[in-house]
Design a protein around this ligand. Structure first.
Ligand code: CDP
Length: 236
């Protein structure tokens, strides 16, 4: 059967970097569930859908039900530093949107989209389908509700945290490097606080630690320590 690792936690707590490294070490498939909500949000933004207007909600739900989202991995050759872990490419209707889904405009609106129950239902079905594809040995999936709602049967569940300022600074450094837009630290901090609040307060599958999840704090632990701890847990 397929081995499942669920990694949840608040915004910019290091979930995707951790998940990518764990998947690489174990030869598992990495699925970034947040990227899926971001892709639907990007599509809605491109169509000028008014997010707060109730009459527009059916359009967003329709996008969630009709869009094709898939992932591919590439191994960078001679990439910068010594991070040769595979990178995930996100495709929305066969277009590579990996960079476009990380903009602040998407970040600002994604939690609204992710709070719509029908959108979650559509994404959950896709996420379970990925996790149960017969051609994979194991899956590492990260998000907000993976251990609680998407993969409650996961053998290993992690809840990654870090103090808000540390998370905001890491995301700032990450976005600054990409130079796709002007990044302001204060703005990123505000976005993270707003998103965490919305993710905690939504009715359907709010951000929660699963009762059987292990809490790891990335404020005090390094990436390699965290990856090591998770690998260790898969051996028990
Ligand atoms: O990378 P970061 O932690 O900033 O966010 P993300 O994982 O890309 O997720 C973006 C947003 O999608 C979150 O703030 C949630 O609103 C939503 N999301 C969700 O509702 N459920 C998930 N399983 C994953 C993401």
């Amino acid at each position: 059967s397929i081995f499942k690792i669920a990694i949840d936690g608040p915004a910019a707590s290091g979930k995707s970097t951790t998940a990518r490294h764990v998947a690489h070490r174990l030869g598992f498939t990495y699925i970034d569930s947040g990227a899926m909500y971001r892709a639907i949000t990007l599509k809605a933004l491109r169509r000028n859908i008014q997010f707060e207007s109730p009459s527009e909600m059916p359009h967003i739900i329709n996008l969630a039900n009709t869009s094709k989202i898939h992932f591919a991995t590439t191994t960078p050759i001679g990439g910068s530093g010594n991070d040769n872990t595979p990178q995930t490419i996100v495709y929305l209707d066969d277009e590579d949107v990996s960079a476009d889904i990380r903009t602040m405009n998407v970040s600002r609106n994604v939690s609204f989209v992710a709070a719509l129950p029908e959108v979650r239902k559509a994404m959950l079905a896709k996420q379970r389908r990925y996790a149960n594809s017969t051609d994979i040995d194991g899956v590492v999936m990260d998000g907000r509700d993976i251990g609680t709602a998407v993969l409650p049967d996961a053998q290993v569940k992690i809840f990654l945290t870090a103090i808000t300022n540390v998370r905001a600074m890491r995301r700032y450094e990450q976005l600054k490097k990409k130079e796709k837009e002007l990044v302001v630290y204060e703005e990123i901090l505000r976005d993270i606080e707003k998103r965490d609040k919305a993710d905690l307060e939504r009715k359907v599958s709010p951000l929660r630690k699963a009762i059987d999840a292990v809490v790891l704090d990335t404020t005090t632990l390094s990436l390699s320590e965290i990856v090591g701890k998770i690998i260790e847990m898969t051996n028990n």
